[in-house]
Design a protein around this ligand. Structure first.
Ligand SMILES: NC(=O)c1ccc[n+]([C@@H]2O[C@H](COP(=O)([O-])OP(=O)(O)OC[C@H]3O[C@@H](n4cnc5c(N)ncnc54)[C@H](OP(=O)(O)O)[C@@H]3O)[C@@H](O)[C@H]2O)c1
Length: 267
């Protein structure tokens, strides 16, 4: 059963914390749920949501129709340097300081059972490692590089990226999923490193690697069978928990790895 969040939890405004502009990268299930939540709870925030398609997918179009004055769509493939530069130009021209960058992109498997995560060493493929590292490993840090000039004007701000508990080396007791685990571990190391640099150069920006919990999305769909009852979250529930954890962090918490319930995860 998917755990759902009570409606009252979603409606409490967070307007005083988030005033300015927010960027949500990737219009997958968790990215869209986060935008929905921010539209409802952060009325002083304008937003950009990105997607890989030139024209937004239907679910994203519905979000855009809800708030045509507050939400815009921008095309972004994190593997394209040109599109990352285009995103920076887009952000320079939005109103208000950039208060929130939330990377909700990620890749675990290809379509229709292709490129499934590796169960054994023999299943490892160079192409899968490269693909997973390009999105899960290098994407977030290249995003950080692209938005850094815009964050300089922001004052207090949050840069969050969805990692995964399986990216924790200390917590790896099961093995398997070589490419995904290693690429998320690389993401964590790269974001920890930029957090340390930004403590000096952008001390009011808080960087966080976040684990959403197992959530009912296309990414987890093929692997949901063994999830215990009550442990498969709706995207709305995960998004609400993650936002609560993130906004509770102070600049001195920057550069850590947090689970949806606010507990730290070992590297
Ligand atoms: N769901 C879970 O149980 C779970 C658990 C732990 C961690 N996470 C993490 O949570 C994040 C969000 O995943 P989700 O569950 O919401 O899955 P999802 O619905 O499949 O969303 C993943 C998103 O990433 C986008 N993406 C893939 N490659 C990209 C690229 N090169 N550039 C930009 N965007 C790209 C996808 O775009 P397209 O739709 O165009 O492919 C999609 O919008 C991921 O980082 C995932 O690892 C999820």
């Amino acid at each position: 059963m998917v755990k759902s969040v009570a409606r009252e939890d979603l409606t409490e405004p967070i307007g005083s914390t988030l005033q300015g502009h927010g960027l949500v990268v990737a219009d997958g299930a968790l990215g869209r749920a986060l935008v929905q939540l921010l539209l409802e709870r952060a009325p002083a925030l304008t937003l950009t949501i990105t997607g890989r398609a030139t024209h937004p997918r239907l679910e994203t179009q519905l979000l855009l129709q809800q708030a045509p004055d507050r939400l815009t769509y921008s095309t972004l493939d994190l593997c394209s340097d040109e599109q990352l530069a285009g995103l920076r130009d887009h952000l320079v021209h939005t109103d208000g300081p950039l208060k929130l960058v939330f990377n909700a992109s990620g890749w675990l498997h290809g379509p229709d059972g292709h490129q499934n995560p590796e169960k054994r060493l023999a299943a490892l493929r160079r192409s899968n490692l490269q693909h997973s590292f390009a999105i899960n490993g290098w994407g977030p840090i290249l995003l950080a590089q692209a938005v850094e000039p815009v964050l300089r004007q922001a004052g207090r701000a949050w840069f969050a990226s969805l990692s995964a508990r399986v990216g924790s080396i200390g917590d790896n007791h099961l093995g398997g999923w070589y490419s995904y685990r290693a690429a998320k571990a690389a993401q964590n190391q790269l974001l920890r490193t930029v957090a340390l640099e930004w403590r000096r150069t952008l001390p009011r920006v808080c960087v966080a690697c976040l684990h959403p919990g197992t959530t009912d999305t296309p990414l987890s769909k093929p692997f949901q069978r063994g999830v215990p009852q009550g442990k498969l979250f709706t995207p709305a529930f995960s998004a609400a928990c993650l936002l609560q954890v993130l906004l509770g962090l102070k600049p001195e918490d920057s550069g850590c790895f947090w689970a949806w319930d606010g507990h730290p995860i070992p590297w």
